[in-house]
Design a protein around this ligand. Structure first.
Ligand SMILES: Nc1nc2c(c(=O)[nH]1)N[C@H]1C(S)=C(S)[C@@H](COP(=O)(O)O)O[C@H]1N2
Ligand SMILES: [Mo]
Length: 325
């Protein structure tokens, strides 16, 4: 028998910040305007959207979406910081390089190649992978391995729902993701900072976890290029580098796939990369983090699994998370 218990996000004592508290008025009005709505009825407004009817997708501006209970109590990081302080090494290693140079990336048309242990494989247009009339908002913490953090209101779709469409077989124990690569458009890839293209991966049960998400937008609008347009992974209980940007290939594989940061420095960056305040990076502590956009001295204690333990700790039952870092 299926016992349906309310999940943590629905508990009444979990104060939910209203959207108006963190979306600035300009963005709210842009969303309302684009949806042609007379009034703003919370974020549920997007439910009566603008049917994209499986054809095309907005290339800029507002996206239709519905609100969810996946929120955190803390205020969202200001839009300017979310889109101006980035890691996207394909455009340079400076925090402002992505905002400066990522507009050179072509994001339309965009297709994703599906390979490996699945019934449906081949090349699919982004619009056939993601139903742009079924988007939802999730406000997640993002914790970079460099010991800084943000809170970002993403728009997207659960990863599990997307992967299931391709009917992975029982041999699919892991899934690998690969970023777009174009030396002309991505000036950073002319230096061998990493072994391009950028690669990431998850164990299949991690990928199917309810929290794993594919984002196509943030702050109610189409994802800016510097944040990984047109589609990027968001895995909120892992260090930020697992959340691979601008995905062009998804491979269902049976063995642990190669991942860029582990390949570059395995002692520092593991496959699992779960946020863990108890395991210091070999060169710095992970016990606390700098809160971006909240003033020069704002810090918070880092939480195990970035605060998402109730949802994900079970995935690692019996594992030594220091050794399997
Ligand atoms: N392809 C690609 N994906 C990437 C990165 C990158 O350099 N290249 N940086 C990662 C790191 S280290 C972080 S912290 C997050 C940052 O995401 P944001 O810029 O949207 O906040 O993206 C991750 N995804
Ligand atoms: Mo990061």
């Amino acid at each position: 028998m299926l016992i349906k218990k309310p999940h943590r996000w629905q508990l009444p004592e979990r104060a939910v910040t209203s959207k108006a508290d963190f979306l600035n008025r300009r963005q709210i009005m842009a969303t309302v305007g684009a949806l042609g709505l007379a009034g703003l009825a919370g974020c549920g407004a997007a439910e009566e959207s603008v049917a994209q009817a499986g054809t095309g997708r907005p290339l800029s501006g507002a996206l239709p979406f519905r609100a969810t209970d996946y929120q955190v109590a803390d205020e969202s990081t200001p839009y300017e910081a979310v889109t101006g302080y980035n890691n996207f090494y394909e455009f340079g290693v400076g925090k402002d390089d992505p905002a400066r140079y990522a507009s050179a990336m072509t994001t339309d048309p965009w297709s994703i190649e599906i390979e490996g242990h699945a019934t449906r494989t081949g090349r699919f247009a982004l619009e056939d992978v993601v139903d742009f009339s079924a988007l939802e908002e999730r406000i997640y913490r993002l914790r970079c391995v460099e010991a800084w953090s943000m809170v970002i209101p993403w728009i997207g779709i659960p990863l599990g729902a997307v992967l299931r469409q391709f009917e992975p077989t029982s041999d699919a124990r892991y899934v690998q993701f690969i970023t777009y690569q174009d030396a002309g458009e991505m000036r950073g890839t002319r230096s061998a900072v990493l072994d391009w293209p950028y690669k990431e991966g998850l164990r299949m049960d991690e990928a199917m976890n309810e929290l794993a998400f594919l984002a196509v937008g943030l702050y109610g609008e189409v994802l800016p290029n510097q944040n990984g347009a047109p589609i990027r992974l968001v895995v909120p209980w892992k260090y930020g580098y697992k959340s691979i940007k601008s995905i062009v290939k998804i491979r269902f594989v049976s063995d642990e796939p190669e991942t860029s940061w582990k390949r570059s420095a395995p002692r520092e960056y593991g496959f699992y990369s779960n946020v863990n305040p108890n395991r210091a990076h070999p060169r710095w502590s992970q016990a606390s983090e700098r809160v971006i956009g909240a003033g020069p001295f704002a810090r918070r204690e880092t939480e195990m699994f970035n605060g998402y333990g109730p949802e994900v700790a079970g995935l690692y039952a019996g594992m030594d998370l220091i050794e399997n870092h």
